[in-house]
Design a protein around this ligand. Structure first.
Ligand code: ZN
Length: 320
């Protein structure tokens, strides 16, 4: 049994119009659409997955598309931002300015430069400059390249979890998932941010907790982050995590087949939905790496309804 999870596997959020979402993530942010499928609990809506070329764990941002949903409200009890690592922030700022995308910053985030922007449906995306250096782990290749050759991102740097109280969530990160506490920072607006990271670093190894003075509770809607998923290298390791989560007194689901990984879910005491997802089988399980994301893929239980589903869903196309 490993002492800690290796870091983030994926992050799942809610968006509005799926084509606007695809335009932004594949066009502006240079991600690859690696899977076009349906929400397994609502098969008349899309579930879109973006990542690097092969859909590596730690690069996967997914969206449930609900075109008619109202906007979410930020607050305690949810993740509030997703941060990508980028090698060269100046290049990205130039690119965003060219695309007329507003952003805040750059600002210092624990010694690294960061900017923040809202995606078309209000989800907070941050870009944190890591200078191209591996984030404390092995170098990784295969990142998606932007259509115009702008620097590719390197997958996730971190996520920010917004909580009303630091300690209950911190205890789960530390005592169950094996995160170590890092530096903390207090903002002029009385926010309190604490960095956590898993030993060894690497892609998606960091996680920030943010306590804000206003104690509003978040409400899910478009732009909200629904859950964050940590990695389990194998099914066997996932079962050990399931046991450890249960032993910590938290209610954890059985293993659920999500077609591209197996998943277990539990809600941490701060109200945020956590998942632990397996690396295998990955996104090339039902289509070749070369054509990931081009065709609508359905899990076996919905294949019989393909004609109906295809009639309902609007077409979504990604930039190359
Ligand atoms: Zn998930």
């Amino acid at each position: 049994m490993p002492d800690s999870v290796p870091g983030l596997h994926h992050v799942t959020a809610l968006c509005g119009d799926p084509q606007e979402n695809a335009d932004f993530y594949t066009g502006c942010l240079g991600q690859r659409l690696v899977k076009k499928t349906v929400n397994f609990d609502a098969p008349d809506t899309y579930h879109l997955y973006y990542g690097d070329r092969t859909g590596s764990p730690g690069t996967i941002l997914t969206f449930f598309a609900f075109a008619d949903a109202g906007p979410g409200r930020a607050g305690a009890g949810a993740a509030s931002a997703v941060a990508y690592a980028v090698p060269d922030l100046d290049a990205w700022m130039g690119r965003l300015a060219e695309a007329a995308v507003d952003f805040d910053g750059p600002a210092d985030r624990f010694g690294q430069r960061a900017i923040a922007l809202d995606d078309p449906h209000g989800m907070r995306v941050e870009l944190i400059e890591t200078g191209g250096a591996p984030q404390g782990g092995t170098p990784h290749g295969g990142a998606a390249h932007n259509i115009d050759g702008a620097p590719a991102d390197e997958g996730f740097h971190s996520v920010t979890l917004c909580v009303a109280d630091m300690e209950p969530t911190a205890r789960v990160l530390r005592d169950v998932l094996g995160y170590a506490e890092g530096p903390e920072a207090r903002g002029e607006d009385e926010t309190h941010r604490m960095r956590f990271a898993v030993p060894g670093g690497g892609r998606g190894a960091a996680l920030d907790m943010l306590v804000t003075p206003e104690r509003s509770i978040e409400r899910q809607g478009t732009g909200s982050i629904h859950h964050i998923a940590f990695r389990a290298e194998t099914d066997a390791v996932q079962r050990e995590w399931q046991e450890r989560v249960r032993a910590a007194g938290l209610q954890v689901t059985p293993v659920i087949d999500r077609q591209y990984f197996n998943a277990i879910y539990f809600r941490e005491p701060g109200g945020i939905l956590f998942e632990i997802a397996t690396d295998p089988p990955g996104f090339a399980v039902d289509e070749p790496v070369e054509t990931l994301g081009q065709a609508l893929k359905l899990p076996p239980q919905y294949e019989a309804q393909r004609a109906t589903i295809e009639r309902i869903l609007p077409p979504v196309t990604a930039f190359a």
